[in-house]
Design a protein. Structure first.
Length: 238
């Protein structure tokens, strides 16, 4: 193998001689680059955390839509936003509609403490949120009983139900669609005014009914037996 030329020796020495000092110089050059680039104004698109505060009776349907913001500031500040993203906060009450559009502006975006920057844009400009709202409502109870008096008795009035109203608890749209709750459809033969417990027909309502049972009473009285005079047929005159 021929000996290395002077040019080859110079190239080799450039990479091998004083290697420790050269690595230190590269490290400090990198540090200086980080400091300079960190102080230089730049812009970055970062994710935004959307915080929707709702009443305990309200549930947000589906995930919160993704929002991003264009922020201008020092590079080292903007890098912090990946660990602590900016936020958009919205507080809603129990009267929130089932579907709500929220308009977004740059001043809605809050940067975390210690981050100096300016929000230039936010996308999307509006959010469509959908909610399930739990509510309560009282509705009347209607009897679906088939009542008849036992032999020797007769009914003297309509069936009485207690309580006359029950409470519905459930999703608001479902609760509003129900205007009455009926009892179970069963046959009852009565011979006195003693009240009886009857279940309500809640199948398919999609809500919770409280109470689920009612007391019913049918006013009834005994039929007077015929008297001896009325039982004896009248005699014809000759």
């Amino acid at each position: 193998m021929p000996p290395p030329t002077p040019w080859q020796r110079r190239v080799k020495s450039a990479f091998t001689e004083h290697l420790a000092l050269k690595l230190v110089a590269i490290f400090f050059a990198f540090v200086v680059w980080l400091v300079v680039s960190g102080e230089r104004p730049t812009e970055m698109v970062v994710p935004v955390r959307v915080e929707i505060g709702v009443d305990t009776s309200v549930t947000l349907r589906g995930p919160t839509p993704e929002v991003r913001a264009l922020v201008v500031g020092r590079g080292r500040d903007l890098m912090k936003l990946w660990d602590t993203p900016p936020t958009i906060s919205q507080r809603l009450g129990s009267d929130v509609p089932d579907s709500l559009a929220i308009m977004l502006e740059v001043n809605n975006v809050e940067l975390p403490p210690g981050v100096a920057g300016i929000v230039r844009d936010v996308q999307p400009r509006s959010l469509r949120l959908r909610f399930d709202v739990q509510t309560k409502r009282f509705v009347p109870v209607r009897s679906a009983l088939r009542v008849r008096a036992d032999s020797g008795f007769r009914l003297t009035g309509p069936v009485q139900v207690e309580p006359t109203r029950v409470q519905l608890i459930g999703e608001r749209r479902t609760v509003r669609a129900i205007d009455t709750v009926v009892t179970a459809s069963i046959d009852l033969v009565v011979r006195d005014t003693t009240s009886m417990t009857v279940a309500l027909d809640t199948a398919g309502l999609g809500v919770r009914v409280s109470p689920a049972f009612v007391r019913v009473r049918a006013p009834v009285t005994a039929i007077d037996p015929p008297t001896a005079a009325s039982a004896t047929p009248a005699r014809r005159r000759p």
